[in-house]
Design a protein around this ligand. Structure first.
Ligand SMILES: C[S@@+](CC[C@H](N)C(=O)[O-])C[C@H]1O[C@@H](n2cnc3c(N)ncnc32)[C@H](O)[C@@H]1O
Length: 225
């Protein structure tokens, strides 16, 4: 079974959500240019609050070609346990849950701290008939990912950049050899991902990592030791 091609209900839901996300993109770029400081700058508390206010109703969904790539990787890994940092309205989660279902069953541990987004995501999971494959943990991932029943086969990092390194620190100890981490927009936010790369390139952590030429740069890191 390849749900991305064979599940008509899922295909039409994904098309609708991707269109909804794409329609918000121009406004996000305009707002970011006008409001955010230079990349690599740590936001003040007030800036962070404004950031959260603006993004509360934005999907910021992973683009279809990147999400399809993650689906394919999860099928190749025969992934049964996946962690997703950053769920929003649940678009990428649907791809990951479809992969788990197509692999024969398992769980996607998903994380979202905006209650309204989590509510929307749950509705989308139900609409796709994929709820049983998703453990959506609501709250700050630094708390919600404290307990992970391993072994983890795949981690999708689609989160605000200050959370990237803390996510690795919580999830990597549960990853099996051969597991894969994918992180979005690493070229666009290279400076903000500095601590993330420090972790991945530290030989003690056992990764080989390369940036793939998807829009904005998609980092693929394999746990080899
Ligand atoms: C880029 S969006 C995720 C998009 C999603 N992967 C998709 O493809 O539909 C990032 C999400 O991470 C959430 N987030 C940011 N910081 C978080 C944290 N510390 N804990 C949990 N969720 C967080 C944001 O609210 C936002 O919805």
């Amino acid at each position: 079974m390849n749900s991305l091609d064979d599940d008509a209900k899922l295909k039409s839901l994904l098309a609708r959500l991707h269109a909804q996300s794409a329609a918000q993109e121009e406004g996000i770029i305009r707002w970011a240019r006008a409001t955010l400081p230079r990349p690599g700058t740590v936001l003040s508390d007030a800036q962070e609050a404004e950031f959260d206010r603006f993004f509360v109703d934005k999907l910021v969904a992973l683009e279809p070609e990147k999400a399809t790539f993650c689906y394919a990787l999860c099928r190749a890994l025969q992934a049964r346990r996946i962690v997703e940092a950053g769920t929003s309205y649940g678009v990428s989660t649907l791809y990951l849950a479809a992969a788990v279902r197509d692999n024969g069953g398992g769980t996607v541990i998903a994380t979202e701290y905006e209650p309204e987004k989590a509510k929307k995501a749950r509705a989308h999971f139900a609409e796709a008939g994929l709820s049983q494959f998703i453990d959506l943990r609501e709250g700050d991932l630094r708390e919600t990912l404290k307990t992970i029943e391993g072994p983890v086969d795949f981690l999708l990092m689609d989160i605000w950049t200050p959370m990237a390194r803390p996510t690795l620190e919580r999830v990597v100890p549960h990853m099996r050899k051969g597991a894969i981490v994918v992180a979005d927009n690493v070229n666009t936010f290279r400076k903000d991902y500095e601590e993330y790369f420090d972790f991945l390139t530290d030989p003690a952590n056992g990764f080989i990592t390369r940036t793939l030429p998807f829009d904005g740069g998609l980092e693929m890191s394999v746990k080899i030791a």
